[in-house]
Structure formats: C-alpha cells, structure tokens
Design a protein around this ligand. Structure first.
Ligand code: NAD
Length: 482
C-alpha cells in the first residue's frame, strides 16, 4: 500500500479527509489494498448539504440537453479509463478481470442510456375542459441518497446515480466498506467530466456509521438501497419515518428451469455462468436449478464436469472463479454448505481449494448439491457464493410451484423449445425478470430490473428508473374563452 492508495471522500467537489480511516482488503491476497476515509454523521451532513446547495443553485435549473451532454462526457471518460478502472474493480472485489471490464462498459452505458432518454422525458396534457389547460410536469425529488453493496460497485453505483442525475437530482452515494474504490473514482470522473461540484458526493464508510445516518437524514428526499434484505428492512423503516420514497433492490434465489427438450449444449454453459459469475456474489445469480426429472442425471453429471474444470485464481489473472469478498463471507458460505450436507447430496466442492498459492485469498470451490428438497435451507436462503442447489420436477405446474416457493422473486429463466409452455410459465412466475432460453440479457441497461416479494420493490434500469427519480406535478391553468 502506498500514498496513492489513500482514498478520500468526495464532498462538494473536493477530496475530503475524515478523522478516521479503514483498511480496504484485496480478497485475492488478504492484503491491504487501500486506506479509505471512514465517514460518519458529520461528513454525511456536509454531503447532504452540498447536494442540496448544488440542486437549488445549479442542477435543477439545467435543461435536459445540458444534463445529457455532461452525462455523455462521463460515459466517454469511463470508457477511456477502461483498463485502469477494470484493474481497480478486479483488485477490490476479486472478480475476474474480464468481468470487471464488462462492468466498466455497462457503467458507461448507464450514463449514455440516460443521457439519451432524459431528453425524451415529457409530461402529459390532459383534456379536461375547454377552459382548462392541464399539464403534468416531471420534477426531480431534490437530494437522493444511494447506498450500494460491494459486489458491483462501479456498475451498481452507475446504475443508481445515472438516472437520478439525469432526472435533475443531486446525489450522495455510500459505497460498501468491502469494495469502495471504483465508486470513489466514479465521483472524480463525473466531476472532471463537468458535473457541478456537489451534484455527486461519495461518502465511503461503515454501514452503521455512514449508511444509517444517511438513510435517516432529514435532508434527503429519496432513498435507493441495494443490498441485503436485513439492512433493506432497516433503511426502509428509516425512509418511512422521513416519509420519502425508497427503492429497495435486495437479494435473490433465482431459478433456472430446464425442461427435457432444452438444448443442453447451449443452456448449461449459460446456467453455470449465471451462478459462477462474480463467484456467486450476484443478486441475480442462478443459484437454483430446477430440472425435469427425466434429464436430471445427465444435467447434474454435466454440471459436475464443468465445475471440476473451473479455473480458480486472483481476479486479475482472469480465472473462471475469483475469491469471495472476505473471510467472513467465505465462512458464511461454508456455514450454509455445512447445513446443506445434512439436507441434500453434495456432488462436488464444499471446501476451500487445495492450491497453496491461493492460501491467503478467500477462495471457495464451486459447490454442487443434488436432490435438494424445496424446503431445504440451501434451496430457500440466499448463500451469495458459488453454490448450486438442484431440485427435480415433474411437469410445468410443479416447475412453477417450485420456482415460486422462496421468499425471493428477482430473476428466473426457462429453458425449453416449447413456447406455449414458456409463455405460460413466464406469466406464472413471480419475479421481476423472466428470461426464456437465455439469462441476464447482457447487462440489460435498458430493461427494468427489480424484485417481487423480499427481493424488494421499485425498479432500476430502463426508462422506468428515470421516472422513478421524478415526482409528478399537475398544473391546471384556467383561461377565458374570447
Ligand atoms: P449489505 O446489506 O450488508 O450492505 C449494503 C450496503 O448497506 C453497504 O454499503 C453497507 O455499508 C450498508 N449498510 C450496512 N448496514 C447498514 C445500516 N444499518 N444502515 C444503512 N446502511 C447500511 O449487503 P452486502 O453484503 O454489501 O451485499 C450483498 C447483498 O446485496 C445480497 O443480499 C445481494 O443479493 C444484494 N444485492 C442486490 C442487488 C439487486 O439489484 N437486487 C444487487 C447487488 C446486491
């Protein structure tokens, strides 16, 4: 760690030291990667005040074209720093470099996409009476707070602030303590690209010290939270106390549903990838596999083969599988697997890799459980690691029942050639996104994304997210008829 590895908060356009710092760890090596400002209530107050002042004095007076231009410049700047941003994200999160490179491209796309659609955000006119002119205006909330997790700091950070800024809000972004670096860089990139100082403040820190005071701050007008159900519940309560809207993007236990007529050569690599991406630490990870009982053996055998062949290593070596984010997370995953051993048949994995070279990082083998009863904890709880639970079904009604049998409802995929069946299931499944013969739709910046049930509420991505960062004002003008 050298002097360049100190990361400050960004408040009112200035790098701000805080009284305390915390050490950010490289999950591939277990070593210190950076020293980071540890913001507390005082910095949160300043950041909210700075966002408010920029909103009132500058940002809310900008026109759509001006905002779009700045957002486009942010996108260009992100793209121009692809190599260094991807390297930073890979070191900080442990994710394979090629996945981090994809994240950088997707982050740029968020700014590009919202630059485009913000200019097409119109209100309505309502034909009420001849002497009345009625129109609706889409107005920004004001100061928006954004609390994000460690798994996709750059992508999720961009996903939540790009539409908020596009709609005319000013933001306070609180990255997770486990991986805050790329989000802090994003703040600097946006500033250098011409975003007014104070329009995007970044306040790294611990959940209780920085996240909680931000969520409860009386100066915020809208709260977006991405993270666990447990913390989502807390911040949701804080938003309710302040009577402000909250978007909650929470966990998942998303199923891939494979019918006997599915093309396995095409589907299985995608299914394996949907779990192992970012070592299973993805809210939309395909962590359940529901498979037609007639092809279960064949499918499980093939997945085992693929899991055995997975390359494991530091993120920057670009293996198939990097480490988990922390030793604590690895222990959590191992704890779930121990419970799973008593519930189902462990086919492969369930341990740390033997390779001594990986000894200091937080690695865990891809792990496959078969014959998992639907009520088992490993079929119900989000593990957030490379652990796949396989359950078989007989017929599409049972497939639908199993797909809907958890508290979550984020994503589902159906693999079949029978489109009548796919269509029926797509309607039956309670999830925010349903894919047929694909998964994840390549980043899907344009596609509304969010949860049913405990996966949360509100939608990010797409045009819907932009509207979500606005409130509607109806204006009625009475005029006399000459
Ligand atoms: P987490 O809930 O522990 O932390 C998320 C953020 O909340 C962090 O910035 C953390 O510092 C902050 N936080 C912690 N305690 C807080 C408190 N009391 N008040 C306010 N903020 C607080 O989640 P995590 O472990 O960082 O991330 C993993 C979870 O995130 C998983 O459940 C995953 O499914 C979910 N996730 C969801 C999505 C989605 O879009 N649905 C995307 C990524 C991750």
């Amino acid at each position: 760690m050298d002097a360049a590895s100190t990361y400050y908060a960004l408040i009112a356009g200035e790098a701000r030291e805080s009284k305390q710092t915390f050490v950010d760890v490289d999950p591939s090596t277990g070593e210190a990667l950076a020293e980071v400002a540890r913001c507390g209530p005082a910095e949160i107050d300043e950041a909210v005040a700075s966002a408010r002042s920029t909103f009132e004095q500058t940002w809310r007076h900008t026109g759509p074209t001006e905002r779009a231009e700045i957002l486009r410049r942010i996108a260009e700047s992100i793209r121009s720093q692809l190599d260094s941003l991807a390297d930073l994200e890979s070191r900080d999160t442990g994710k394979p470099l090629s996945q981090a490179r994809t994240d950088v491209g997707v982050a740029a796309r968020y700014f590009e996409f919202y630059a485009g659609v913000l200019e097409a955000m119109y209100g309505d006119t309502i034909p009420l009476r001849r002497d009345l002119m009625v129109m609706t205006l889409r107005e920004p909330y004001g100061v928006t707070a954004h609390i994000i997790p460690w798994n996709y700091p750059l992508q999720v950070g961009s996903r939540t602030v790009a539409p908020a800024l596009a709609a005319g809000n000013c933001c306070v972004l609180k990255p997770a303590e486990e991986a805050p670096l790329a989000a802090i860089r994003l703040g600097k990139i946006a500033l250098d690209a011409g975003l007014p100082p104070g329009a995007l403040n970044v306040v790294p820190g611990l959940g209780e010290e920085a996240g909680a005071p931000l969520a409860a701050h009386p100066g915020i007008d809208h709260l977006s939270f991405t993270g666990s159900v447990e913390v989502g519940r807390l911040v949701g309560k804080a938003a309710a106390e302040s009577i402000i809207p909250a978007t909650l993007e929470l966990g998942g236990k998303s199923p891939n549903i494979v019918f006997e007529d599915a093309n396995l050569d095409e589907s299985l690599p995608v299914i394996v990838g949907s779990l192992l991406q970012n070592a299973g630490q993805t809210c939309s990870a395909g962590s359940r596999l529901l498979v037609d009982e007639r092809i279960r053996h064949e499918v499980v055998e093939s997945i085992e083969e693929r899991f055995r062949a997975v390359t494991i290593g530091p993120g920057t070596d670009d293996p198939d599988l990097g480490p988990l984010i922390s030793d604590r997370q690895r222990q959590r995953v191992a704890g779930h697997v121990e419970v799973g051993r008593g519930e189902a048949r462990l086919v492969w994995g369930g341990a740390t890799p033997d390779d001594k070279a990986l000894g200091k990082g937080f690695f865990y083998l891809p792990t496959l459980f078969d014959e998992v009863p639907p009520e088992a904890s490993i079929a119900q709880e989000e593990i957030f690691g490379p652990v796949l639970a396989v359950t078989s079904f007989n017929g599409m009604e049972e497939a639908a029942r199993l797909a809907n049998s958890t508290n979550y409802g984020l994503v589902a995929a159906i693999w079949t050639k029978d489109f009548d069946r796919a269509h029926w299931l797509a309607r039956e499944i309670k999830a925010g996104q349903v894919f047929v013969n694909t998964y994840g739709a390549g980043g899907g910046v344009e596609l509304p994304f969010g949860g049913y049930k405990h996966s949360g509420h509100g939608r990010e991505k797409g045009f819907e997210a932009l509207l979500g960062f606005t409130q509607t004002k109806t204006v009625v003008l009475k005029h006399s008829t000459p």
